[in-house]
Design a protein around this ligand. Structure first.
Ligand code: AGP
Length: 608
C-alpha cells in the first residue's frame, strides 16, 4: 500500500526521504516520488514508475532542500506511471501533496476545478487535493487553514503531507482513515505513514487521530481538529529494534521472520503465564472475571491470515473455555448490518492495526454499543486505539508482506485468552497446567521444525511446478490448511485450495490427479483414522500426498512426510502450520518469485 515520508530540519531532506521510502518498500508499491522546498525558493519534484532505487538514480545532486515529502504509490486511480506517481502539484507548482487513501468525490471535484481553470496532469484522485489546497492558499492564509478548507470539501480517506513553496518552514499533515505518525528529533521533525520509516532517526512518536491535522516545523508541531480546535498529544516511545528492519543475513525478510518465531513466541508469552493458578494474565483486557463470566459468545473479526488465525482462536476458546466462538472476515461483517449482542465479546485481529476493513468492523460494533478487544501487533495503531482493550502480540515488526511470526503470535495470544477464559469457567487446574506446560515448550518445538528447512526446501522444489495444490485438514487442522494454502498462493502464485478433509468426497475429489498434489494435515489425535482413510482415497485416485504429521503414515498412504513435534491437541495446529510457511517460502524461491513483495499485494490494506 502507499507510503508517506516527510522531513523538516537543518539537514538536507532528500537522503532521509529516499531512505524512508526504501524502508516502506515492503508495503508494496509501483512508483515513487519526492519533493523538496529548496532554500532558493520553489519546489523541486522527481517521480518515477518503478522502484525507490530508480527514483534515487533519477534525483540529481542539486536536488536539495530542508523541507521535503516523499511517497510510494500503489495504484488505485490510474495506471502506474511517472505522471500518476506522487507528489502532485497545482498548476502554479506552489503546492505539492502526497496522499494515501481514496478521495471518493474526486470526479466531481475534478470537474469543478477544471471548470475553474485547473489543468490536470494525472489520472489520480490525489491531484484534486493539490488544486483544491492551492485554491484556498490565498494571500495571508496559513497553509494549515488552506489544507483544512480543502479537506472540508473532500469525501473519502486520507493520510496526507503537504508542502508549500511560499511557506517552506512547515509541512502540514492530516489523517482520516490512513495512518500518519510524527517523529520528534533534535531540532528536526519527521512524519511518515509507518514508524518503520522513522526508527533510525527517532523513537519519540505521535500517532495522529482520525480527523486531526498537524503543522510540523523543525522545532516542534501543533495538532488540531478538522474544525480548528487545538489538541494536545503526548509522544510515545517506539520499542522496536532497528535491526528488525534489516534482513540480518537472511536472503529474505520472510525467511528471517519465520526463523524469528521461537523468540517472538517467547515475547508473546512473556510475563503472561501463571503456573501457580495454571492460568494466563492479560493486563490489557480491561475486563474483570465477573464481566468475563457474563460473556456468552465470542466473535472474532480479521482479514486474510488474521481471519484464519481467528479461526484457530475460536477453536481454542471453544475447546478450553466451552464458550461458542466464531471467526468471520471483517471485510464481510462490516457490510452485512450485523446483529450486535450485549453478551458477545468481539475481538478484532490485525498485525498492522491499520487494515481498513477491520477498523471499520470495529467501528460498526462500537457504534452499536458492542465491546471490542484487539489482538494487534503494532502498538498505538488505529485498531489498537479504537478497541476497548486487548492483547499486544510483541512479535516485533513484520516486514514481509506474507504474515508468519505475527500469525503464530496471534494464535498464542488466543491460547492465552482461551486459557484465561477457561480457568474462569470450567477448565480444571490439571488441564490448565497441561496447557501452560505445552505453551512453554513451543519455542523449542518450533526450533525443531525450523531445523528441517533444508529438507522442506527439497520437497518444495519437487512440488512447486504442480498445476495447483490441495490442502486438507479436519476440525483443528482445517484452519491450518486454509492458512497453508493462503501462504502458498500469496508468495509462489501457485493455485492452492483448502478443504476440510471430511468434505473431499463431496466434490473436490474429482480434481485429484497426479498433477494436483495434496498437502494433508495428519495430527496424531482422535481423528487420525479418519484422516488416514482420506489419504487412502486420494492415493486410490493416483493423487500425490505430502503429509504433515506427528507419525509418518504408511508409505502407501503418503509420498512424503514432514514430521512435527507433538504438543497438546489444542495447540498442535500452531506447530503444524510452521512447515507450511517454509514450504510456501521455498516454493516461492524455487519459482524465483519476489518473496517479500509479492505482486498485487500490500502489507497493510488501508483502503476499502
Ligand atoms: C497475510 O499473509 C496477508 N498478507 C494478509 O492476508 C493479511 O493477513 C491481511 O491483509 C490482514 O492484515 P493485518 O493483520 O495487518 O490486519
Amino acid at each position: 500500500m502507499c507510503g508517506i515520508v516527510a522531513y523538516i530540519g537543518p539537514k538536507d531532506a532528500t537522503p532521509f526521504l529516499l531512505e524512508g521510502l526504501a524502508r516502506l518498500e515492503y508495503r508494496g508499491y509501483d512508483s515513487a516520488g519526492v519533493a523538496v522546498a529548496g532554500r532558493t525558493g520553489g519546489i523541486k519534484v522527481r517521480k518515477v514508475k518503478g522502484r525507490v532505487a530508480d527514483l534515487a538514480a533519477a534525483v540529481p545532486a542539486r536536488f536539495k532542500g530542508g523541507t521535503g515529502i516523499g511517497h510510494t504509490r500503489w495504484a488505485t486511480h490510474g495506471v502506474p506511471s511517472d505522471a500518476n506517481a506522487h507528489p502532485h502539484q497545482d498548476n502554479a507548482e506552489r503546492i505539492a501533496v502526497v496522499h494515501n487513501g481514496i478521495i471518493e468525490n474526486a470526479d466531481e471535484l475534478r470537474a469543478r476545478l477544471t471548470a475553474e481553470g485547473a489543468v490536470f496532469r494525472s489520472e489520480t484522485d490525489t491531484e484534486v487535493l493539490a488544486h483544491l489546497i492551492a485554491a484556498h492558499a490565498t494571500e495571508g492564509v496559513e497553509l494549515e487553514e488552506a489544507v483544512r478548507a480543502a479537506l472540508g470539501k473532500v469525501v473519502g480517506t486520507y493520510g496526507i503531507a503537504v508542502l508549500d513553496a511560499e511557506q517552506p518552514d512547515r509541512i502540514v499533515v492530516a489523517r482520516n482513515g490512513s495512518p500518519i505518525v510524527l517523529g520528534i528529533g533534535e531540532k528536526e521533525m519527521f512524519a511518515a505513514s509507518d514508524v518503520s520509516a522513522l526508527v533510525r532517526y527517532t523513537r519519540q512518536v505521535v500517532h495522529l487521530e482520525d480527523g486531526e491535522l498537524a503543522t510540523v516545523r523543525a522545532d516542534g508541531f501543533r495538532t488540531s481538529t478538522e474544525d480548528a480546535r487545538t489538541t494536545h498529544r503526548q509522544p510515545s516511545t517506539v520499542d522496536w529494534e532497528i535491526d528488525s528492519y534489516d534482513t540480518g543475513g537472511y536472503e529474505h525478510f520472510l525467511l528471517k521472520e519465520i526463523h524469528e518465531q521461537p523468540g517472538s513466541v517467547e515475547r508473546t508469552l512473556s510475563g503472561r503465564l501463571d503456573e501457580r493458578f495454571a492460568t494466563a494474565h492479560l493486563g490489557g483486557l480491561n475486563l474483570d472475571a465477573r464481566e468475563l463470566r457474563e460473556i456468552r459468545r465470542v466473535k472474532i473479526l480479521g482479514c486474510g491470515s488474521a481471519y484464519y488465525a481467528g479461526e484457530m482462536g475460536a477453536q481454542l476458546i471453544e475447546e478450553l473455555a466451552r464458550i461458542p466462538a466464531h471467526s468471520e472476515p471483517a471485510s464481510e461483517f462490516r457490510y452485512r448490518n450485523p446483529v450486535i449482542e450485549a453478551d458477545t465479546l468481539y475481538i478484532a485481529v490485525s498485525q498492522s492495526g491499520e487494515t481498513y476493513d477491520t477498523l471499520a468492523a470495529v467501528q460498526e460494533v462500537k457504534r452499536k454499543g458492542g465491546r471490542v478487544l484487539g489482538v494487534v501487533n503494532t502498538v498505538g495503531s488505529a485498531i489498537a486505539r479504537e478497541c476497548d482493550g486487548g492483547i499486544y502480540l510483541h512479535a516485533g515488526p513484520e516486514i514481509s508482506v506474507a504474515s508468519t511470526k505475527a500469525f503464530t503470535s496471534t494464535v498464542i495470544a488466543f491460547a492465552l485468552l482461551a486459557l484465561h477464559f477457561g480457568r474462569i469457567h470450567d477448565l480444571s487446574p490439571a488441564d490448565g497446567r497441561r496447557i501452560v506446560a505445552a505453551l512453554k515448550a513451543l519455542p523449542d518445538q518450533i526450533r525443531e521444525v525450523l531445523a528441517q528447512s533444508d529438507a522442506i526446501a527439497g520437497l518444495a522444489a519437487e512440488y512447486a511446478d504442480s498445476e495447483g495444490m490441495m490442502f486438507i485438514g479436519r476440525v483443528r487442522g482445517y484452519p491450518v490448511a486454509r492458512e497453508g494454502a493462503q501462504k502458498l498462493k500469496e508468495i509462489s502464485y501457485v493455485h492452492a485450495e483448502a478443504y476440510p478433509a471430511s468434505e473431499l468426497k463431496h466434490g473436490p475429489l474429482a480434481l485429484i490427479s497426479p498433477e494436483l498434489p495434496t498437502v494433508a494435515l495428519v495430527p496424531d489425535d482422535e481423528l487420525l483414522d479418519k484422516n488416514l482413510t482420506t489419504l487412502g482415497e486420494i492415493k486410490a485416485r493416483s493423487g500425490r500426498v505430502l503429509a504433515v504429521a506427528h507419525r509418518a503414515p504408511e508409505a502407501k498412504l503418503a509420498d512424503h512426510c514432514i514430521l512435527v513435534p507433538k504438543s497438546e491437541p489444542e495447540l498442535d495446529p500452531l506447530l503444524l502450520n510452521i512447515p507450511l510457511q517454509l514450504l510456501a517460502y521455498h516454493a516461492a524461491v524455487a519459482l524465483k518469485r519476489d518473496v517479500d513483495k509479492p505482486r498485487n499485494l500490500a502489507k497493510s490494506v488501508t483502503v476499502e
